[in-house]
Every structure is written in structure tokens, then in C-alpha cells.
Design a protein around this ligand. Sequence first.
Ligand code: PLP
Length: 630
Amino acid sequence: MTWSTEQSDELYRVSGWGRELFSIGNDGKLRIHPRGAEAGSIALHDLCESLVDRGVELPMILRFPEVLRERIEAFGEAFDQAIEAQGYRGNYRSLYPIKVNQQRHLIEDLLRFGAHRHIGLEAGSKAELMIAAAMLDDAQAPIVVNGSKDRRLIDSALLLQRMGRPVLVVIEKVAEARTIIRAAQELGVRPTVGLRSKLSSPGQGRWEASSGDRAKFGLRAQGIVAVVEMFREAGMLDALQLLHFHIGSQVGSILTFQRALREAARLYVELVGLGAPMGALDVGGGVGVDYDGSRSSGDGSVNYGLAEYAEAVISAVRRACDLSGSPHPDIYTESGRALTAPTSLLLFDVLDVEAPTTIAPTIDPSLALDPAIAELMALYGELNEGQLQQVFHNARYARERAAERFAAGDITLPTMAQAEALYWHLCARIRAMAEASDQPFEDLAALRPMLASTYTVNLSIFQSLPDAWALAHRFPVLPIHRLDEEPTEEGVLVDLTCDSDGVIDEFIGNASLLPLHPTRPDQPYILAAALVGAYQETLGDLHNLYGDPNAVHVSLGETGCWTIDRVVEGDRVDETLGYVQFDAEDLRHRLRQKAEAALSEGRLKPAEARAALRQLQDVLRDTTYLDPMA
Ligand code: PLP
């Protein structure tokens, strides 16, 4: 049967989640368009082969700085248009929440591309404040400090203010207000602060608890009034310059934003009414990404675009201000996911494929009379369209009984192996008949995963796709080549870690199996997980000491030819060992002692001991991932 790239596009929903960024070429290769649909593209498989030829091993993260630039512009333009269309009199600033991806090169690119729009930074910890303080030079680019704070962090923020940096410390708890006032008095600084509101409007999706009464951060109405009074009493009412809220990440529905914005805009004008100068409203992050391409309000998608979002923000604030006669504030957004998710892609290779053997078994005549075998063989005679369900149930039961008899010592291992072979062959026959028939077969949903293949991939899900593990988040996953061939297999992906949780068995479109191709000897089969630029690198952990994979920055440039801007080498074994306080020098020394002992015990000859030691010590400088050729 012929298969078209259009069929692959539909199967993997590339046009849905890929927008204008991804497409499938006529050669069956996934392409990325980092400068937009019209400006040329890169075949990811060709790029990957070329990188591997240069010694950059899989798995690897590909980062596309031009996509980041496009995203910054898309946010900026959406707000420019909404501001102009509505005659809004405040400015717009995008603040990048550093926690979303703290990689230095990404932050450097972001500040470079966003400089003309005075892009700012949001810091949620001491370390992140240090990044913001050191990397931002623009007096018009705000630094907003959120999250938990101690006195030292507050002092640092106030000192930065004194140095002329546009830092706003956001008060999340009443106690923080006291500390800030005391610190400002002691340091002799006029502070500039924001208030974070715990809105009563509900959030949405997995992170909905970021809003509402149970939210971890923010002040309710009572707290806000108390803080205003504290600053008034301290003679520092002029410090209150910003209202902030954040209703959660990956907000799927524009309605959720609209409700929150209405409430926040009212709060803002009330604060102005209480005498606080204000001047800026920070609407937090939360703009979602259409991971599954469904353009819906579900967990993995969004039902709005940036233009609609910007319009909702500007109109809600303008309306509330105009009604109360307050000046229009500057608007800050803290969207991180929507800025960075599309900027990276994770490539990984398949190391091995396993599937139940479903070929017709040849039955050893001496075993045919064994009840375990005879029972299963008899079921072949009952296979017909109307009885599939019953035969399937009976086959399962027969297999279970065979296993019980094996455990009791009544049948031998070869008999058990034959029983298993018959069982899997029967299951495959049942599935084939059920798929070809129009009669309902309720257990097909259970049978398909049982017969599916297990693709072992060169990857740690804990390190590279932590949200897939922790939150069952579904990233688009697909082969980057052979998309002009029908994927005749169905599979789940298992990673390298010794953990049964290291599996991807949930895919976009609510699927539990991923359509895949049979692998070919001597031809690597390469898959991609797309839209992984937000949170994954940062949240990834060192389970089994699999470290950071290689990361490669790639641009298309004006010429339409791709260039490798930078290769950030992944962790080597000795580096990941260092994270858990094992010193490579000490380990080398201990290995040498072991080789010496083997030599003196006569287990190895001198040349063998030398070679063994070199081999073991080389592992310390090796990548933490597997080399399929080694
Ligand atoms: N701002 C704050 C205060 C946050 O806690 C977060 C993360 O949840 C963000 C911004 C970024 O959110 P997102 O990446 O969903 O835009």
C-alpha cells in the first residue's frame, strides 16, 4: 500500500502542533522553518546525520534561537496591535521568567533579541536574581522578584534599586512587607514594590492551584489592604508601584484569563483609589502551547492565539481604568512556556525493539498432548468472528493456568515456552480478525498494547522529559525521517533508566501507542520530542546519573543554509559523578589500586591490567548515554 507524507502529517498532527514551524518534506523528513514558513527550512534528519558525523552524539537537544526571536516579536506585535487598536496609553513589557529555562545561552539570546522591546526578567530565587542583576543593562527593562525571600535577598534587591536598577520586589505575604519596610529604613532606600494578589477567579488545568484560596503565593483582599496601610504608616505609600497575579501555567481557555483579568483590573484601580501610585500591572504567565494540535481548551492545547490574549488583557485593564478614571498602567507579562517551548527539540535514537513473538509456533509432537498445550490448540478451532471475545478470554485463562502449573512444578520450561508461543500467536490472530471485522470487540483496546512493540530509546525521561514522567504531559513525539513510509508498528518508548516509570506510553491525541516503523539493521531510527524548550531542561534530574545531553544551537540565516552556532557539550560520566561528590581523581586512583591487586593476584598480566585500567578510566570521560556502535 502506498503511503503519503500527508497521511503522516495527519497521523502525527504535524500541521496542528507544528503551526508554521514544522512540516514534512516530500522526502519523508521532518523539517523546521525557524524563520517562518516562507524563509526556507532544515531537514532535521540531515542536520542530525551531519552533527553525528562531526562527533556530536545522540541524544541531543537542538535549540533554534531564531524561533525565540520570532516568539518575542509575536508577543510584542500582538500587544502593539492591541494597544494601538484600543487607544491604550500604557506600555507593554515582556518579562521572561528565568525558571522556565535558565540556560545562559538562551538568556543571552533572549536579552539580545528582546533589547529593542526592553524585555525584562522575572526572578524567583537568589540565584535567579543574580542572573537578572548581572545580565540586564537596560534601565527600562524591569526585574520583578517573586517567590520566597529572606532578608539577604530583600537587601540585595533594595541595593540594586539604589544602584539604579529597575527592580520591583513583589510582596507575596504580609510578613514580607514588614521585612521590606524595615530593610528599606535601615538601608535608607526608597523601595519599589509590587503586591501579588491571590485572585478568587479560578485557574485552570494542572496548575490551577496557582490561583484561588489554596494558592501558595499572594495576598487576599484583607492582606492587600493591610499591606497598603503598613506602607502608608511607614510613609512609603509611593513604594507601591505594581500589582501582580499569576493564575497558573498552560491555561487552555481564554475565558479563564478573562475572568482573572476582570478581577485584577478592578483590584488595580482600587489600589489607585487607596492612594498607591501604582503604574504597572503584571498579569503573570500562563499562555499555553498547543502541544496536541487540537486548538481546544484541553490540558495539552489552547483555544486562543496571542492576538486574542493581548486583546483580552488590554481591553480588561482599559475598561476598568476608564470607568474609574485611573491612568492606564504599563502591562507586564511573564509568559515563559509560550516563549520558549517551541525553541527546542530533543532528538534520540532507538537502540532496540522488542515485541511478543507472534509467528505460528511449531509444536513439538511430544508436548501436544499436554493439557496446557492442548487447551490452547483447541482454541484455534473456535476462532471465528462471532466468538473473538470468548476465545480471547479463554486464551488468557489457559495461559494463566499454564503459568500456575509451571509454578507448581507440573510442566517444564520448554512446555511453558510452547504455551506462551501459542498464546501470543492466538492473540495476534484475534487482533487481526477483530480489526478486519465490523463486529464489536470490546477487548481490542486491551489487546493492542499487549501486542505492541517496546522501543528502547537512548534517553532518560527523568533528565530530558520530566513532565512526561511526573505529570503525564504529552509532547509531540514522532520519527524525523521515513514519514513517506507507512508506520506499520505500534509501540511505547522505554528509556535507559533502571526504573519501570521511565516509559512514555501516553501520546498526543489520547493515544497509548505511537505508530512507528520497523527498524532496519545499520540504519539508525531517530525520533524527536518537539516543543520541549520550557521547563524540561531545568526540571530534569540525574536519575541513574544520566546527565545533560548535548545541546546544539542552529540558525538558518539569511542565506537559507543552516549553521551551527554553538555546541554545548553534555555531561560526561565524571561530571555527573561530581554532582554527587565523587571525585574523578579519587575514583581513578581506586581503579588503579584494583588493577594492581588483580596483577599481584595473577588474575591479569601486566599488559591486560594496563588495557583494563585504560578502558575503565576512559568510561569516566565518556558520555553518560549509550553509543549504539560501541
Ligand atoms: N510567573 C510566575 C510567578 C510563575 O510562577 C510562572 C510559572 O508557573 C510563570 C510566570 C511562567 O508561567 P508560564 O511558563 O506558564 O508562562
